[in-house]
Design a protein around this ligand. Structure first.
Ligand SMILES: *[C@@H]1O[C@H](CO)[C@@H](O)[C@H](O)[C@H]1NC(C)=O
Length: 315
């Protein structure tokens, strides 16, 4: 710490994103794996968006929300994965601090939106299954549009506040981030300004964005599952139960890994664990969501068949 004064004067303008540097001997297989994941994510989600936009039968709240979710997944994986893929191929892992903040702004905005959207979607299913008679009045078009709009607005407002706070920080080295994207805990650790206030803002906002939607989602699914268990037909019970439990599983993994990354302290011991947990909500949920939520669904399957049939006859 003898050169502390000198450090204070030299502000750095770049970070080094180490990514999966400790696994550099697996560079090629990891590149192929992530490339495959990215292609699958784009294909699955774009298919859903096309189906929801083009098929009149899918213009009901549940599918409009699924369309929004797919939109979100395409965007959020595109803020993280291209950079990860490039880091396997390029030796220069530098990223301008400005670009780092921009990446975090989009990541944070999309993730915040996703938290809200997932809980709105579970509320929609709750009304549909537990209060079917009130569905048409409660889930009218205006309400759905507002909910979708509020989710996006909230996510990006919160993200703007956080990034505005973070952009006031000064960085004077070291500049290595042991992560595969610019997330706030490792970035804050590198700052030579006082980060207490910013950490507090981030903690409060991320709690507000993860806990209430998670609790709401959990309550919705518990009500749904208890309603299903009272359905008399065994076949109907099994089908709805398998759908809901897979939603519940994905949602729990998403919120669980997200919360643990921001709640666990940033010590060296948990850094690699956090990196693995981050993989779940940044890369894996965007890939599996279209398969879990939409493509197992009978109406979506029908719409897809119709679309492929149309394309086939045209070509
Ligand atoms: C998102 O949701 C809104 C409101 O329900 C809807 O109007 C819009 O079409 C949806 N977007 C997509 C891509 O599904």
């Amino acid at each position: 710490m003898s050169n502390m004064e000198m450090k204070n004067q030299t502000r750095i303008s770049e970070f080094i994103l180490l990514g999966f540097e400790d696994l550099h001997y697996l560079k090629i297989p990891l590149f192929l794996l992530f490339f495959f994941i990215y292609i699958l994510t784009l294909a699955g989600n774009l298919l859903i968006i096309i189906l929801v936009v083009t098929d009149q039968h899918l213009h009901i709240p549940m599918y409009l929300f699924l369309g929004n979710l797919s939109c979100l997944e395409v965007c959020s994986s595109s803020t993280i994965l291209p950079k990860v893929l490039a880091s396997f191929l390029l030796t220069n892992k530098a990223i301008l601090i400005r670009d780092c903040m921009l990446q975090y702004f989009f990541f944070c905005g999309f993730t915040g939106t996703e938290c809200y959207l997932l809980s709105v979607m579970s509320y929609d299913r709750y009304i549909a299954i537990c209060k079917p008679l009130h569905y048409a009045t409660l889930m009218n078009n205006r309400f759905c549009r507002n909910m979708a709009f509020v989710s996006w607005l909230n996510g990006f407002l919160a993200s703007a506040v956080v990034v505005l706070c973070m952009s006031q920080l000064i960085f004077c080295g070291p500049n290595e981030i042991n992560h595969f994207f610019c997330d706030s805990p490792p970035v804050l650790k590198l700052s030579c300004s006082d980060t207490h206030a910013v950490s507090m803002v981030i903690f409060l906002l991320s709690s507000a964005f993860t806990f209430p939607p998670f609790i709401l989602t959990l309550i919705s699914y518990v009500c749904i599952i208890s309603t299903i268990l009272r359905i008399s037909s065994v076949a109907g019970r099994q089908k709805t139960f398998s759908t809901c439990s897979s939603h519940l599983l994905v949602v729990t993994i998403f919120y669980g890994t997200l919360m643990s990354v921001y709640v666990l302290p940033e010590t060296n011991k948990v850094i690699n664990l956090k990196k693995i947990f981050s993989l779940f909500y940044t890369i894996l949920t965007p890939m599996v969501n279209p398969f879990i939520y939409s493509l197992r669904n009978q109406e979506v399957k029908m719409a897809a068949k119709k679309l492929f049939h149309k394309c086939w006859t045209i070509s």
